[in-house]
Design a protein around this ligand. Structure first.
Ligand code: ZN
Length: 298
């Protein structure tokens, strides 16, 4: 009898220890929200909701929710800071088998990561599944997710999709299984990161070798004149280098554009000049400011 009881206890303990990682994540995320909700009164609740919409800019950036393959007519802002915190690596694989860039005379708009058939592929950030499709001559079973941080991610060549169009996902939600469907011989994940339809080298955002993001944010710059992959890579490097030097001296501050504000009003408010604002945000004096646009002011 005693031995029987011991077996049951051991079994229960084992079950507890293998509680799904995803469930633990949800609990961990839920806890601070509950604490916050309890602590707020109606005024600060309003502020909290404003803050949430501030950290969910995708609705502002994209007018449509079409089925077009990540090529929508969104108005691309001159620059935009994409928040990378609360991420999940799409795969635990460290091996990049093909880089972003020119390949056989065509731009390979993503990276290929070695995965095995059946490996779990996860959503990189929270968001909503925009496209679930099968393209025999292209990416096979592929998914496009629009994230709250403004980014869209594409996952190709999967054996199987585990989500449906319009499904809400969290960072880490299993969305498919690795495979070799479509135009490929070997099992791998074709992974793309796009902002308003423009492809960004995913390794500027994700460090697959170290299974990490490259920073808290990634600053996207829309430079139509030199939109080659190389120019973007150089810019990103310069930006990161200048960020590192600047942050060691002083913190960068941002201003969120409210209704009716002009560049000169914002400059006046933060004791700076219009020229300085234009330089920091790579915009011109005549640029139209969008409601909710984020501007650096120092
Ligand atoms: Zn690829």
């Amino acid at each position: 009898m005693k031995i029987y009881l011991k077996t049951i206890i051991a079994f229960v303990l084992t079950l507890l220890s293998i509680a799904p990682v995803a469930a633990q994540d949800i609990l961990a995320r839920q806890a601070p929200i509950d604490a916050r909700m309890r602590a707020v009164d109606s005024v600060s609740l309003k502020r909290l909701l404003q803050k949430e919409s501030f950290s969910n800019p995708s609705a502002m950036l994209y007018g449509n929710w079409g089925e077009h393959y990540a090529r929508n007519k969104a108005t691309v802002p001159d620059s935009f800071s994409i928040v990378l915190s609360n991420f999940c690596m799409p795969t635990t694989s460290h091996i990049v088998t093909s880089d972003y860039g020119m390949r056989r005379g065509k731009l390979h708009k993503g990276v290929d990561i070695k995965v095995y058939t059946g490996d779990t592929i996860r959503a990189a950030f929270s968001g909503k599944v925009r496209i679930v499709r099968y393209d025999e001559k292209g990416f096979g079973n592929y998914i496009v997710i629009r994230h709250h941080n403004g980014l869209e991610t594409i996952y190709g060549h999967m054996q199987k999709s585990l989500v449906d169009q319009d499904d809400e996902v969290r960072a880490g939600t299993p969305i498919g299984l690795g495979g070799s469907t479509g135009r490929t011989a070997d099992a791998h994940l074709h992974f793309e990161t796009r902002f308003c339809g423009i492809a960004i080298d995913p390794t500027h955002l994700f460090d697959f070798r170290n299974q990490d993001v490259t920073g808290n944010t990634y600053v996207f710059h829309n430079d139509k004149k030199s939109s080659t992959a190389l120019a973007q890579a150089r810019k990103a490097k310069e930006e990161q280098a200048s960020n590192t030097t600047a942050s060691s001296k002083k913190q960068t501050h941002y201003h969120k554009v409210t209704k009716g504000e002009t560049l000169s009003a914002i400059a006046h408010k933060h004791h700076t000049t219009v020229d300085n604002l234009c330089r920091l945000n790579r915009i011109s004096k005549t640029s139209t400011l969008r409601l909710g646009q984020i501007l650096k002011y120092n």
